[in-house]
Design a protein around this ligand. Structure first.
Ligand code: HEM
Length: 223
């Protein structure tokens, strides 16, 4: 038992161990994002599915009808994964910064906009999630989810805030997915351009689909 704990501690305190944990927790968050998107897309099923309830109302009430212990285990698990991801990513960033030479700190290293702004976009997504939970999870009525979302996005300030936050998420996911692929897979010169295309395509499709909801409400397509 002691050996397992010692090995686990060595893994987390090693730089490569932390990098792998950031990649794995990031991959879990991406899976959540895809699942959440699939649920959200039911909004395009219209405002009435059966009785006076829409598909997204059924989706939200379905989530809440899970046994409380299961729902809260999933939520707390997700929170733990997000915290490990954020804390270890910040530690890695700090270590990398300290390890770089003065020459590199001057900004001559070749880096993309999304890789340079990972901390900033990550913080923006974090603030967005806090607001989002307050607005839709803790102040929403799952049985009236469609109307609640519609009402929220009919306010341009709210829609614009969502669009900006999801664009930040897009940049974060783009670089994050590319890093995950490089950390857990092969990172040869040959496959690197492929990782770049896959991560751009994933980020654009997933975040574009999220953004389509406030856009369609503002254009009156969802009403
Ligand atoms: C237009 C875009 C979005 C819409 C319409 C939307 C809608 C919703 C709704 C209705 C809920 C409440 C479900 C419930 O009744 O508990 C929810 C929860 C949540 N959303 Fe979103 N969401 C959007 C984008 C996002 C994004 C981009 C993220 C992540 C970066 C996100 C993360 C979450 C989380 C973590 C929860 C809490 C899940 C739980 O109940 O435990 N959402 N969202």
């Amino acid at each position: 038992m002691n050996d397992i704990i010692t090995t686990a501690c060595k893994f987390v305190t090693s730089s490569i161990g932390r990098k792998i944990l950031v990649a794995l927790t990031g991959a879990c968050l991406l899976l959540f994002l895809v699942g959440h998107l699939a649920g959200n897309m039911t909004i395009f099923g219209g405002d009435v599915a059966a009785g006076d309830r829409s598909w997204i109302d059924f989706y939200a009430t379905g989530l809440h009808s899970m046994p409380a212990w299961l729902l809260w285990s999933i939520r707390l698990g997700l929170l733990a994964v997000a915290l490990v991801h954020i804390v270890l990513a910040l530690v890695l960033k700090y270590e990398n910064y300290n390890a770089r030479t003065h020459y590199q700190k001057e900004g001559t290293l070749k880096a993309t906009l999304s890789s340079r702004t990972m901390v900033l976009t990550g913080l923006m997504v974090f603030c967005f999630i806090v607001f989002h939970l307050w607005q839709l999870t803790f102040n929403g009525d799952p049985a009236n989810c469609y109307q609640h979302i519609l009402h929220a996005f009919q306010q341009p300030v709210c829609s614009i805030f969502y669009i900006i936050a999801i664009l930040c998420l897009m940049m974060h996911v783009r670089h994050g997915l590319q890093s995950v692929l490089q950390t857990v897979g092969l990172s040869t010169r040959k496959v690197r351009p492929l990782y770049n295309i896959v991560s751009w395509a994933f980020a654009i499709v997933v975040c574009g689909a999220f953004i389509s909801i406030p856009v369609c409400v503002m254009l009156g397509i969802l009403k």
